[in-house]
Design a protein around this ligand. Structure first.
Ligand SMILES: N[C@@H](CSCc1ccccc1)C(=O)NCC(=O)O
Ligand SMILES: [Mg+2]
Ligand SMILES: [Zn+2]
Ligand SMILES: [Zn+2]
Length: 531
């Protein structure tokens, strides 16, 4: 008989009666022992980690402590359940003690894993994120647990990230009984650093905020509602100023490239400006983050094909990640000044829409021939990047779901980074290694600049003259024409916009990547003086 079956019999012997009315009790699983079904149990769950060893498993210090509290029952149950618990997999146990309705034991892989150079991330942290996400989801979905304690597994920050990212669901527009039950996660006492746990939770909150904004349909998330939602969010955080500028302001700034994109839409454009003052020197040069905020991209007159066009509700991913990152940076009270610039509008076809071949003038006076109205992201960023210069920035980073070409090049493995600075790139790269939300450097050769300029009618063309060839690189070369800061990076996040199943601790849907990398980058920047 398999070890797994032996365990099943042992568990049944302890609590033989199953929940008789899972629908009534809100229990999603008929196999839940009656004592722990929703009608009777105190709904508290526990997630514990175990490392893989050649024979069996090794308990984390937190799991070991709990094992002692249960008189060795945990280790015995694990032994009965089978030879090992593999990386990212879990087993749920009932009846270990009176405190928890259920305990999910999750596999962390081998102990002591660090940075994997080939993968470009910290493998131990990434395994823990996946394991924590798996454990909390199990307890929520099987048991309807409302409070879950999580083993910090000696890295409470990564455990909190995995747990809180893993529980995210955007179901605000579904009937109440179809929504995921809200769950509160807590660090298991004496299993990791409480400060690390708080930091990980705030990082996950920032990314989840971005995910929600990206997931919201364009019927609900317009430039105007984006401004009201983020305005409310930032209004509740200290040291943050928020302003929403209207079309007249953009006209007064001569943002002709940005305004040309909104022409076809009935929704008014909004340009959001967020300022976080965290540096002890309030006039210290800020990090400026610029985010593409197309709340829906139809392509305009150069209409996109219909398949998958619904995903273009996430074309404000740059705007969302900038907002999520600044929310987390402010919540963490990082000692740095940050400005967020977010040009928002829709890209729609209509009798007023910009036509292919039209010429528009950006804030810096450069003229642009708009040969493809679907290459609109670079137009709104062009003016936002010109405007960024007025803040005398320490560094400028723009984020945009800019090109399908970056998806072809890198898929969802990493966001593409185009930078004029090796120092800036190194900081960004290192941030991605620790968060697991990786970045990959791409070229900014003048070769690509020659593909977008000169244009037949104007200084620049908004598409490369060799069509789709190196589309992400020609887009970056275009943006470079509007940048004055010697510390600039453009992150093309189109490929990482959504998750299918590639990142195990993110569900299917909009990903909010790379919010945590941006925040870790800002923390690194705050602590060094080269830039
Ligand atoms: N809105 C952008 C990107 S649309 C392509 C995309 C592909 C895969 C994942 C996410 C988004 C746009 O219109 N770009 C123009 C272009 O790529 O030509
Ligand atoms: Mg959206
Ligand atoms: Zn487009
Ligand atoms: Zn777009």
């Amino acid at each position: 008989m398999a070890a797994h079956m032996r365990f099943a019999r042992a568990a049944v012997q302890i609590f033989p009666t199953k929940c008789f009315s899972p629908r009534l009790h809100g229990c999603s699983n008929v196999n839940i022992p009656v004592r722990y079904c929703s009608s009777t149990a105190a709904k508290r769950g526990l997630v514990l980690g175990v490392y893989e060893k050649r024979e069996g498993v090794k308990l984390t210090p937190g799991a070991d402590l709990y094992n002692q509290q249960t008189g060795g029952k945990l280790a015995e149950y694990i032994r009965l359940a089978g030879p090992t618990i593999k990386k990212g997999k879990s087993r749920v146990f009932y009846g270990l003690d009176e405190t928890y309705s259920a305990v999910a034991v999750v596999g962390l892989g081998a102990q002591g894993l660090g940075v994997n150079e080939l993968e470009g991330f910290h493998e131990g942290k990434e395994n823990l994120r996946a394991a924590a996400a798996n454990g909390v989801r199990q307890l929520r979905d099987i048991l309807g647990t409302s409070t879950i304690e999580v083993d910090g597994c000696s890295d409470a920050e990564a455990a909190a990230e995995g747990a809180d990212l893993g529980l995210f669901a955007y179901d605000d527009l579904k009937a109440e009984d179809k929504r995921k039950k809200p769950v509160e996660t807590q660090l298991l006492k004496d299993s990791g650093s409480p400060e690390g746990w708080t930091k990980g939770s705030l990082l996950a909150d920032g990314q989840n905020f971005a995910r929600k904004l990206m997931e919201m349909p364009a019927s609900h998330l317009t430039p105007t509602t984006f401004a009201s939602i983020t305005g409310e969010k930032f209004g509740s955080i200290g040291n943050v100023e928020f302003e929403a500028r209207d079309r007249a302001w953009a006209e007064s700034m001569k943002m002709g490239a940005y305004l040309s994109v909104t022409n076809g839409s009935e929704e008014p454009p909004v340009f959001v400006e967020v300022k976080y003052s965290g540096s002890p020197n309030s006039s210290a040069a800020p990090l400026v983050l610029v985010g593409k905020g197309i709340t829906f991209d139809t392509g305009g007159i150069s209409l996109k094909p219909p398949a998958g066009m619904d995903m273009m509700r996430g074309d404000m991913g740059g705007a969302a990640t900038v907002s999520g990152a600044i929310a987390a940076i402010a919540a963490l009270k990082l000692p740095i000044n940050v400005v967020g610039l977010i040009p928002l509008c829709e890209n729609m076809p209509s009798g007023r829409a910009t036509r292919p071949g039209d010429v528009v003038t950006a804030m810096n006076g450069k003229t642009i021939q708009v040969d493809n109205t679907d290459a609109e992201g670079r137009l709104i960023l062009a003016d936002a990047l010109c405007y960024a210069h007025s803040f005398n920035p320490r560094a400028v980073i723009d984020l945009a779901t800019l090109t399908g070409a970056i998806d072809v090049a890198l898929g969802s493995a990493a966001a593409g980074v185009f930078s004029n600075s090796r120092v800036l790139w190194n900081l960004l790269h290192d941030a991605g290694v620790s968060t697991g939300d990786r970045l990959w450097r791409m070229p900014l050769f003048s070769h690509y600049t020659r593909q977008i300029s000169p244009s037949q009618l104007a200084d620049l063309n908004n598409t490369g003259k060799h069509g789709r060839q190196a589309g992400a690189c020609t887009a970056a070369a275009f943006l470079r024409e509007f940048v004055q800061c010697p510390q600039w990076a453009h992150l093309d996040i189109a490929g990482v916009m959504a998750n299918k199943d590639e990142v195990p601790y993110l569900n299917k849907g909009m990903a909010g990547r790379p919010v945590r990398t941006l925040v870790q980058f800002a923390a690194k920047l705050a602590n060094q003086k080269w830039i």
